[in-house]
Design a binder for this molecule. Structure first.
Ligand SMILES: [Zn+2]
Length: 240
């Protein structure tokens, strides 16, 4: 694992990050987003569900609002103010044309050059089975980046077709190709995960601050050996 990763492209202004759940972006990717918003880039979030099935001790009717609030607070920490929710049902998000259409419509509205999503592969690192929501959403995002530019596909969306997506960057991939130096964004990356306090408190007995710091700093420093010794967040980059 000593092959060096390429730096992420930096000739872009607008990104749209599209994931299944509140917290998906905060498990690493947010440190890169903090670094980008510092540079004056615009990043918006589109969250496909409200994560309402994510807290064992809290019924979905209450959990959805809690998790939406936590996600908006997390986004604010890394300079993101545009956070939209699609309201697909957490845990049972279906891959299909309905999901592709919702995502394509959002891409047409936001007109991003870079689209970001989360690992859609079967596993995390070959050892943990991935969730059906992550598989469905990641694949639909990769597909919808193309759908958005074709005016004959989903012709009745409100916004005009947008064929300007140049890359889709997959966070959390087992086979990353690119990375971003997060020296400046790392601390906010940690704090953005801490904002998911209700979620983390139901998940672990560990204090949320130390839980978030161990994970986020651990990921970033683990990558350093493949990125010139700098703490980094990795992506698998698909060009369009
Ligand atoms: Zn998730």
């Amino acid at each position: 694992m000593t092959d060096q990763l390429e730096p992420m492209p930096d000739d872009w202004q607008r990104a749209l990050a599209i994931v299944a759940h509140p917290d998906d972006l905060e498990y690493g990717c947010a440190a890169a987003i903090a670094t980008w918003t510092d540079q004056g880039r615009e990043v918006a979030y589109l969250i496909v569900s409200r994560g309402e099935a994510g807290i064992d001790t809290l019924a979905p009717a209450e959990a959805g609002a809690v998790r939406e609030r936590e996600e908006r607070a997390s986004a604010a920490v890394v300079g993101v103010t545009s956070v939209e929710f699609l309201d697909h049902a957490d845990g049972v998000i279906e891959y299909g044309t309905a999901l592709r259409k919702d995502i394509a419509a959002a891409i047409r509205r936001h007109r991003p050059e870079l689209v970001i999503t989360l690992n859609p592969d079967d596993t995390w690192g070959g050892t943990y089975w991935n969730t059906p929501d992550h598989r469905a959403v990641g694949r639909a995002v990769l597909d919808a980046a193309g759908d958005a530019g074709n005016r004959w596909i989903f012709p009745d969306t409100e916004a005009e077709p947008w064929n300007g997506v140049r890359w889709v960057a997959v966070a959390g991939s087992d086979s990353p190709t690119h990375a971003v130096d997060v020296t400046d964004g790392l601390e906010r990356g940690v704090r953005s995960l801490v904002e998911h306090r209700a979620y983390i408190e139901a998940l672990t007995d560990q204090d949320p601050e130390s839980y978030a710091r161990d994970l986020i700093e651990g990921f970033a420093h683990q990558v350093a050996e493949r990125f010139g010794g700098r703490p980094a967040v990795t992506f698998r980059l698909f060009r369009r």
